[in-house]
Write a protein that binds this ligand. Structure first.
Ligand code: TPP
Ligand code: MG
Length: 549
């Protein structure tokens, strides 16, 4: 086999069905093999788009997304996507050729040569590896998959010297070894169960690390009568109309108050990071139990009284067993007493939900009409891919209810722009039956606008809502808040509908929130993607238009 075929055979052996990439002079041997192994190739128009699409594919399936680029600028174009996937714990395998095996590495000036490609990528992924023989390629692929399937899922970069892709050798394809799960010690689980059982006012906080443990999370919340908060990446793990669910998004003052009011807080699969806790996490270490698959995270941002290192699903199942053995408090065990305990829990949750959702409505006020119009068009199994725009983090995050894990694909940690559209494409490719919707600001969508052409080529029914306030609204507001000159934020108001049409999509100008619901419903069954362009009327928007005059 050539190195290119060894790579592709290795991917096929790991069940890869889709690759997002762009061909180039240095990766042709890999492209030659793709078709032979029936792997679908998607052609985003920029490598950054390939990276975000693979991220959306991975988040929405739990299976690694695969990116294939050529050398130098091509793989560097994907680096922001690798960093985003790293910060949000998403398994994406970035594959690129590298300079030839025997290469002095001191600036020979080969095509696409950069100073240290491997080091640049190693800086933003869990690990990067450069193979040194064709025979090693299947093993390196297997190692990458094993790493992404064990512990905290994070991206990997695999570099294959460009001459090895064309070289031939006898290779042995390495097939996957089923990954084990990480268990917390039984005595820690028992201690956690006792603390939770004796708590009068327990609270759960779930993050992206609990995505694959949705049924256990809901069962635990119900067993304890504990209300549930979700971080951005935890949105949808507990269906948002569940009586014990409080809110997705933990940036609200009343969320802090709810944490302060609880006597035992269980945080599952979350870093408790400032990118979620914008106004800070209240001190709660003495009442905090954490479950995390990553030993390095168990004490990060808050040192818990009890840390359980293990897979969320396994540890939660263990906790449920222990709680069963402990039984309920005798007075609450039967009949009407049990009903009263459940009522008390539901009432406590309802009180907090009201307070937190009131905060969320104040924060999201300018976007509530749009968000409600979107909500009215979304079936229960919908997936929403958002961008770092105010309509998403002030509007949709806490005010748009979603009902399945990983239903909200959003660039949380690194907070990149240009994520939503390609991530939505990746999710739709992976879940053709599911309704997938994209929400973008007018600034962020220009970062990856070229991917409209990709979506059009694929003929996918993908509504893309562009909330246009004339520029970088968040940054404009921050400049205003600092009493500093407002500049470099106005972007004019491109005709996004016409732009969409020119790239092969439908494009519609939406004049009112009322029109939006019906337009989204039509877009969900259309023969191609639809850009829904909303020109927002707001102080920020007027202000930005004036600047352009
Ligand atoms: C890659 C990248 N570059 C720059 C920024 C800084 N930034 C954060 S929000 C923002 C404005 C985004 O504008 P838009 O998408 O229109 O959303 P709006 O703030 O108007 O709601 C900018 C420039 C960023 N987050 N990511
Ligand atoms: Mg904007």
């Amino acid at each position: 086999m050539t190195g290119g075929e060894a790579l592709v055979a290795g991917l096929a052996a790991h069940g890869v069905d889709t690759v997002f990439g762009i061909p180039g002079t240095h990766n042709l041997a890999a492209y030659a093999a793709l078709a032979r192994y029936s792997i679908r190739h998607i052609s985003p128009r920029h490598e950054q788009g390939a990276g975000y699409a693979a991220d959306g594919y991975a988040r929405s399936t739990g299976r690694p997304g695969i990116v294939l680029t050529t050398t130098g600028p091509a793989i560097l174009n994907a680096a922001a996507a690798a960093a985003q996937a790293y910060s949000d714990s998403v398994p994406v395998l970035f594959i690129s050729p590298g300079m030839p095996l025997r290469h002095p590495g001191r600036g020979n000036g080969l095509l696409h040569e950069i100073k240290d490609q491997g080091a640049a990528m190693a800086a933003v992924v869990a690990y990067g590896h450069r193979v040194t023989s064709v025979e090693e390629i299947p093993l390196a692929v297997a190692q990458a998959f094993a790493s992404m399937a064990t512990g905290r899922p994070r991206p990997v970069h695999l570099e294959i010297p460009l001459d090895l892709l064309d070289e031939s050798a006898e290779v042995v394809i390495v097939t996957p070894v089923p990954a084990g799960v990480l268990h917390a010690p039984a005595e820690s689980i028992a201690a956690a169960a006792r603390a939770l059982r004796t708590a009068q006012k327990p609270l759960l906080i779930v993050g992206g690390g609990a995505s694959r443990a949705a049924s256990q999370v809901t069962a635990l919340a119900e067993a304890l009568g504990a209300p549930v908060l979700a971080t951005t990446n935890g949105k949808g793990i507990v269906p948002e109309d569940h009586p014990l669910f409080l809110c997705a998004g933990v940036q609200h003052p009343s969320v802090r108050a709810a944490v302060e009011d609880s006597d035992c807080v269980l945080a599952v699969g979350t870093e408790l990071a400032p990118s979620d806790w914008w106004i800070g996490l209240p001190g709660c270490g003495d009442r905090l139990i954490r479950i995390d698959v990553d030993a390095a995270s168990i004490n990060t941002n808050a040192v818990p009284m009890l840390g359980l290192i293990g897979d969320a699903g396994t540890v939660l199942a263990g906790l449920l067993d222990q709680l069963d053995q402990l039984g309920t408090a005798p007075a609450e065990r039967v009949g009407s007493a049990a009903d009263r305990a459940a009522d008390r829990a539901a009432n406590r949750a309802a009180e907090w939900r009201e307070k937190i959702q009131a905060d969320a409505r104040v924060e999201g006020a300018p976007w509530l009409e749009i968000v409600a119009a979107i909500a009215a068009a979304l079936p229960r199994d919908a997936i929403v891919a958002g961008d770092s725009a105010m309509a998403c983090y002030y509007g949709a995050l806490s005010n748009l209810p979603l009902f399945r894990p990983n239903a909200f694909l959003y660039p949380t940690g690194v907070g990149t722009l240009g994520y939503g559209l390609p991530a939505g494409i990746g999710a739709k490719i992976a879940n053709p039956e599911a309704p997938v919707l994209v929400v973008h600001g007018d600034g962020g969508i220009m970062f990856t606008i070229a991917e409209l052409a990709t979506a059009a080529e694929l003929g996918i029914a993908l509504p893309i809502v562009v909330v246009d306030n004339g520029g970088y609204g968040e940054i404009r507001n921050e400049m205003a808040d600092r009493d500093e000159p407002i500049h470099a934020v106005a972007l004019g108001r491109p005709d996004f509908a016409a732009l969409a049409e020119s790239l092969g999509c439908h494009g519609i100008r939406i004049e009112s929130a009322a029109e939006l619901t019906a337009a989204i419903q039509t877009a969900f069954v259309a023969d191609r993607p639809t850009v829904l362009h909303i020109r927002e009327q707001s102080r920020a928007a007027d202000d930005m238009l004036r600047q352009r005059d």
